[in-house]
Design a protein around this ligand. Structure first.
Ligand SMILES: Nc1ncnc2c1ncn2[C@@H]1O[C@H](COP(=O)(O)OP(=O)(O)OP(=O)(O)O)[C@@H](O)[C@H]1O
Length: 835
């Protein structure tokens, strides 16, 4: 063996000094081995020691003792009964160099029992594997030499606890062995078995729970392992055992390492999940002890629950325990942290709840405020509607003040090819002066005053300007009548519709009025909803016909002034319209249906009155009030005299009807203007038809057309007379207003003169100088005197009666005269006041 060791040493190229040390050690080991072998041989005798040479090699020493018989026999000799039963195999005489002949049973029983006994005595032991190939025979030698010492100590009468004083290495890693068939072994085995059989979990738990010291823990752990080893090795051949054990051990080590790394991972995870801030908090809690203990308990419970049951309890190194404790600490910190978070959440919830309640209260307050505001707004809105209504009324009153019957005169320009010699002398705002030819009487000029006179150059836009405000009145529920009056060819159709070729500039009143009507209705959307519909009627020979028929049948219609729908001709087609173009389309249909007769004067001359009525129904969306208004656009038949038309028979009849109806219209308007109690509506179909729109709050606009040709002067004058008659009262009223202004001014003059007289009578010497004051100069140049209109007054009796009137103004008057003048002026004022 020494040589083999030497060979080994040489093979590795060990240094010489090392080689010497090794050989010395080898020699020493051999000496000890020989001593052990000699002592054993001596103890068992030559026969029993036949397998153990006197100076054996390591191998021979191991093989000689391998069956355990020598060892057990010697031990029983020095300590009788130490190994109660030594197994003797019948075939043990057959010695195999590799020990293959030895049964595993024999091998285990004797060696184990020996080792148990040695352990019980307190002698140094070895591992069973040390008797195998590659085992450490030095331990066996130590054990044998310890037995020798023990035997010698016993022989010398040693008693009680024996202390081995030999130079032995402590056998820390050696597992304790228990004697087979011995009581302690039996008890531990039966206990382990019963535990495992009954309940693996509780058995493990109890095993772990019973651990009080490391020693007892080791004992408890070794029992099931022993069983496992027994079970595994029982049917194995001896030569397989070392390999098996090696494999098992490596697996155990592997398993242990795996668990260790697993635990390390858990600890790392726990450390990561614990916030830094919580450490100090948790530590302070842990220092109190109680929370930590509870945590540890919880963790133990968790561990026991999650650990696989078959693993059993492993003895852990101290480091593992520390890691485990640290893990517990971390868990505890997490738990504390979670509790803190829960508290925080609860607090937040409480705050949120309070916030919600506050918001709810605020919202209810806001809602009640909003409700009051809405109520106020509704109130204001109703007020606004009242104001609107008031505004509507005021607006129409203004229109009334402007005149509910307004007459406008329009002079047609000369047509191409006509002689450019006009009967119109001058046009001054509302007054037109006509040159009256000698043919119809005394040569001279005649003036007519209307609301406005449009000369030949007036545009369609200018003509419409005064009509425009009345369109709003229609939407406000008032009725409006717009007439085009005049002799044939004077331009009625031009004013109402425009020329044949239309553009934006040449559009007539109809287009513009309807355009404004729809535009205003659109602007009022949201306040009012409007329904607009159109009727078109023709009055021909005092017969009423519907012009909006598609079959061309001219059925006679009746006029009923008391129709509930506000329709005077309820049987006529009433066509809803939504735009100006809708209306124009209907108008062109009506024009086609209109009875048109060719006359000597104008091939487009119409011998009938046509009336386009736009019915407006407005619903006040706030109050639900209904407003009904309508606008009549009437293109009257030519107003020329019958004899001029040179017609007889049917044409004469037509002309007579036209004249009669126009005359009736004049009568009605005149009656209205004069505010007569009786208005003769029923004298013609035309006035019957327009009854609701003539008088009352209705507005009437009449465009009177005249031709400028000299040969039409007769028609022109008769037209102007008709128009003057219609507008007389209105204009008369205007005149009265004018006169009252004059009276007021005259009164001012009187008071002035009176004060001048008073001063004179007071005997002022300087009167002569005081009369022509700047005040008088101003008065002399005041509108009353400077106005051309007042030039009439200058020649009036008031001033003409005055002697030295001019001197008076210049301050040269006789002082008696002013009193006369005052009397005259006062008299004049009284006269003017009368009408
Ligand atoms: N202000 C005007 N400017 C230019 N042309 C005009 C004007 N007024 C009328 N006319 C032209 O005079 C002609 C006759 O006009 P219009 O047809 O309108 O007369 P009327 O009175 O309607 O005739 P009737 O009674 O036959 O219908 C037309 O050619 C028209 O274009």
């Amino acid at each position: 063996m020494a040589s083999s060791e030497g060979v080994l040493l040489r093979r590795h190229g060990t240094r010489l000094s090392d080689t010497g040390l090794a050989s010395r050690k080898a020699e020493e080991a051999a000496t000890r081995r020989y001593e052990a072998a000699g002592w054993l041989r001596k103890m068992v005798g030559v026969v029993s020691a036949k397998d153990l040479p006197e100076a054996p090699s390591e191998e021979e020493f191991r093989l000689g003792l391998r069956n355990g018989m020598i060892l057990c026999t010697v031990l029983n000799k020095i300590h009788p009964g130490a190994v109660p039963k030594v197994v003797v195999n019948p075939g043990d005489s057959i010695v195999q160099p590799d020990g293959a002949a030895l049964s595993a049973y024999q091998y285990f029983e004797n060696v184990r029992n020996f080792l148990v006994a040695i352990q019980e005595i307190g002698l140094p032991t070895f591992e069973a594997s040390d008797l195998e190939q590659g085992g450490k025979s030095g331990r066996v030698v130590d054990c044998v030499l310890a037995m020798k010492s023990y035997g010698e100590w016993k022989q010398m009468g040693g008693n009680g606890s024996w202390k081995y004083g030999g130079n032995l290495k402590p056998l820390v890693s050696v597992k304790p062995f228990f004697r087979k068939n011995s009581e302690p072994f039996k008890n531990s085995l039966s206990r382990s078995q019963s535990m495992n059989d009954s309940d693996g979990l509780s058995a493990e738990h109890n095993l772990c729970g019973d651990v009080v010291s490391v020693e007892s823990n080791e004992m408890a752990t070794s029992r099931p392992l022993k069983m496992l080893v027994n079970a595994v090795l029982s049917d194995k051949r001896p030569e397989e055992v070392p390999l098996l054990i090696e494999s098992m051990l490596s697996k155990l080590v592997e398993e242990f390492e795996q668990r260790l790394s697993c635990q390390n991972e858990m600890v790392k995870t726990a450390l990561k999940s614990v916030p830094d801030g919580s450490k100090s908090f948790s530590k302070s809690k842990i220092s109190t002890g109680a929370p930590l203990a509870s945590c540890e308990k919880r963790m133990d419970a968790e561990d026991n629950f999650t650990k696989p049951k078959k693993e059993g309890c492993f003895r852990k190194p101290l480091r593992d325990e520390e890691a485990s404790k640290e893990k517990v600490l971390k868990q505890c910190m997490i738990f504390e942290r979670q509790q803190k978070d829960i508290e925080e959440l609860k607090r937040t919830l409480r705050t949120a709840k309070a916030g919600m309640e506050f918001m709810q209260m605020k919202y209810s307050e806001e809602f009640s405020k909003l409700g009051k505001h809405v109520y106020g707004l509704a109130h204001a809105a109703s007020g606004y509607h009242k104001v609107l209504e008031e505004n509507r009324k005021l607006y129409n009153q203004v229109q009334d003040l402007k005149g509910s019957i307004r007459v406008y005169c329009r002079v047609r320009p000369f047509l191409p090819g006509q002689l450019n010699s006009s009967t119109v002398s001058s046009i001054d705002d509302g007054t037109i002066t006509i040159i009256n030819s000698s043919k119809y009487g005394k040569e001279g000029r005649r003036s007519f005053t209307f609301n406005k006179v449009f000369g030949p150059s007036a545009t369609q836009d200018e003509v419409f300007l005064d009509t425009q405000p009345l369109i709003r009145s229609v939407l406000d529920g008032y009725n409006v009548c717009i007439f085009a009056y005049g002799q044939t060819g004077s331009g009625k159709t031009y004013t109402m519709s425009g020329p044949r070729i239309l553009n934006e500039q040449t559009q007539g009143v109809n287009f513009r009025a309807l355009g404004d009507l729809f535009k205003l209705a659109e602007q009022r959307r949201g306040l009012f909803s409007y329904e607009i519909a159109v009727q078109m009627i023709e009055i021909y020979n005092e017969q009423v016909r519907d012009l909006l028929v598609s079959d061309g049948l001219n059925r006679r219609l009746e006029i009923r002034n008391n129709s509930q729908k506000g329709l005077n001709v309820p049987d006529a087609n009433l066509v809803p319209v939504a735009s100006t173009s809708d209306v124009m389309e209907l108008m062109s249909l009506g024009q086609k249906n209109r009875a048109v007769g060719a006359t000597a004067l104008n091939d487009r001359s119409s011998r009938s009155h046509s009336c386009l009525t736009v019915h407006v129904l407005g619903r006040d969306m706030a109050t639900g009030n209904i407003l009904r208004g309508c606008m009549h656009l009437v293109d009257l038949a030519g107003s020329e005299r019958v004899d001029k038309s040179e017609v007889t028979g049917e044409r004469l009849k037509e002309a007579q009807h036209i004249n009669k109806s126009l005359s009736a219209l004049g009568d009605v308007i005149a009656s209205l203007a004069q505010k007569n109690s009786h208005v003769p509506y029923r004298n013609s179909k035309l006035t019957q038809l327009l009854q609701d729109s003539l008088g009352g709050q209705a507005k009437t606009l009449m465009f009177v057309h005249i031709s400028p040709e000299i040969d039409a002067i007769g028609e022109t004058i008769s037209t102007l007379k008709f128009a003057e008659r219609v507008s007389t009262v209105e204009l008369g009223a205007a005149r009265v207003n004018k006169e009252s202004n004059e009276v007021r001014e005259l009164k001012e003059q009187i008071s002035c003169l009176k004060s001048a007289l008073a001063m004179k009578e007071a005997g002022s010497e300087h009167l002569q100088n005081t009369i022509p004051t700047p005040e008088h100069s101003i008065r002399a140049s005041s509108p009353v005197f400077s106005n051309p209109e007042h030039s009439i007054r200058a020649s009036s009796p008031v001033f003409s009666n005055r002697r030295n009137g001019g001197d008076y103004l210049s301050g040269q008057a006789n002082y008696r005269q002013p009193m006369e003048d005052v009397g005259n002026i006062e008299k004049c004022c009284e006269e003017k006041r009368e009408p």
